[in-house]
Design a protein around this ligand. Structure first.
Ligand SMILES: Cc1cc2nc3c(=O)[nH]c(=O)nc-3n(C[C@H](O)[C@H](O)[C@H](O)COP(=O)(O)OP(=O)(O)OC[C@H]3O[C@@H](n4cnc5c(N)ncnc54)[C@H](O)[C@@H]3O)c2cc1C
Length: 411
């Protein structure tokens, strides 16, 4: 590890490895630092089809196609009544190969991205924790303090710090930039099953989203490789984990309230322990400043329902890389330059955020919405695949009656 770099990226999840890889490819001297020993377990296994483009820029599409990752070609919603929506088939919307995406074991996927950042020229270190970001008297980020895997503490100087620390959101915590999203205080409990019943053919790799009766919670059903299925339950934080019920009892109770899931679990056996994540939704009120920029969950995280987290992480990595490369070309390391992509990103991501609000409002159901407004299917699938950075993506919200639209309107 050297004493000085152009760019230091903190955190080697999808956001950090993408940024590090792309700025290195452009010739910038880049250090990528990760506190965990890789490969490491992580939640967030279902990808959105639009991940294809940042993966293509990274040169990883062929490796993804050759990998053991299960191919995902559709998503399906099951209402609280047990009524199944027609699956949304991505290739019906766009027949190109970008419409097939993947369900990934994150340990393997993140390792692939980490290795790629190294191949593209970044100096990559895992088991290396960043202890602090150092700012000068003009509030310009100048360096990071870190602890190496041998326990040595050192300071590395740089022109740009990219914060990709995920939910730890290091800079946002330090500068007080995190804002809760009050109506999305949720918690998730999930586990892994062998031999859960999957659908056949084109639907075999589908993500299935199932509401429980009365819509108090919903389940994700994500088929992974080696016949393992990730099955997670999400509901209000108070309801899920702040009750007298143990995590195990809450999870089992919710399964018993989800008929569609029960029949898929008849021959299944859980492997390993249950996992819990809570109060993971937040946003940041500033996304870049002098010499620093936030990407991925460090910038904000909305909700797991549409599997947008990794897509946003890859997309932010891709866009932030352009702004960092531009900063070096112009010798301009201001927040305006480093965050020049953020407004467009927010404008697109708000459509997913609005559809999240719709999903959690008791009135909304995908089946009912499609029956009433078949003309908006294209717009809806655009949002479900992540194609939200164009002006028509939000047309679907114009079709909702005023009460529904108000319910999903973000404050
Ligand atoms: C319950 C739940 C379910 C989800 N399901 C999905 C899904 O199905 N599909 C989907 O796309 N997304 C899903 N997500 C979201 C997804 O997990 C995240 O959006 C995604 O991992 C963000 O990537 P990232 O690179 O920003 O952060 P991360 O993947 O979290 O990576 C951040 C990295 O930074 C490292 N780090 C942190 N602090 C330091 C430090 N001080 N020094 C060095 N390294 C550090 C961490 O160890 C970590 O490896 C889900 C999230 C939750 C909570």
């Amino acid at each position: 590890m050297q004493e000085q770099y152009d760019v230091v990226v903190i955190g080697a999840g999808p956001a950090g490895s993408t940024t590090a890889g792309l700025v290195s490819q452009a010739g910038l001297k880049t250090l990528l630092l990760e506190r965990e020993a890789f490969p490491r377990f992580h939640v967030g296994e279902s990808l959105m089809p639009e991940c294809y483009w940042p993966l293509q820029r990274l040169g990883l599409v062929e490796r993804m196609k050759e990998s053991k990752f299960v191919k995902k070609r559709s998503v399906q919603f099951v209402a609280a009544s047990g009524k199944e929506s027609q699956p949304f088939y991505f290739t019906e919307h766009d027949p190109r190969e970008c419409s097939t995406t993947w369900q990934v074991e994150r340990a393997d996927f993140d390792q692939l991205l980490f290795d790629r950042a190294g191949e593209l020229g970044a100096d990559c270190y895992d088991q290396t924790r960043v202890l602090d970001v150092v700012f000068d008297e003009d509030k310009q980020a100048k360096a990071v303090k870190l602890r190496t895997r041998d326990g040595e503490t050192k300071t590395v100087e740089c022109k740009v710090v990219v914060d990709a620390t995920g939910q730890s959101s290091m800079i946002a915590h330090k500068l007080g930039l995190r804002e809760d999203i009050p109506n999305l205080k949720k918690a998730a409990i999930w586990g892994y099953y062998k031999n859960a019943r999957r659908d056949d053919g084109i639907n075999s790799g589908a993500t299935i989203i199932m509401h429980t009766v009365e819509k108090d919670s919903w389940f994700w059903f994500i088929p992974l490789s080696d016949d393992v299925t990730s099955i997670g339950c999400v509901g209000d934080n108070e309801y899920m984990v702040k009750t007298e019920l143990s995590v195990e009892d809450r999870y089992q109770l919710e399964i018993s309230r989800c008929p569609g899931l029960q029949e898929r679990l008849v021959d299944a056996e859980r492997v390993g322990k249950l996992h819990v994540a809570k109060e993971y939704s937040y946003w940041t009120k500033q996304h870049a400043g002098e010499g620093w920029v936030l990407v991925g969950d460090a910038f904000g995280f909305i909700d797991p329902i549409y599997s947008s987290g990794v897509y946003f992480a890859l997309t932010m990595g891709d866009r932030a890389a352009n702004s960092v490369i531009g900063a070096f070309e112009k010798n301009d390391f201001s927040g305006e330059q480093l965050g020049s992509w953020c407004e467009e990103f927010k404008a697109g991501s708000q459509w997913i955020r609005k559809l999240v609000e719709a999903f959690y409002s008791k009135e909304f159901s995908f089946g009912k919405f499609m029956a009433e407004h078949p003309e908006y299917k294209g717009n809806l699938v655009d949002i479900l695949i992540g194609r939200v950075f164009h002006s028509e993506a939000g047309n679907i919200f114009e079709s909702m009656d005023p009460a529904m639209a108000a319910a999903v309107d973000m404050q």
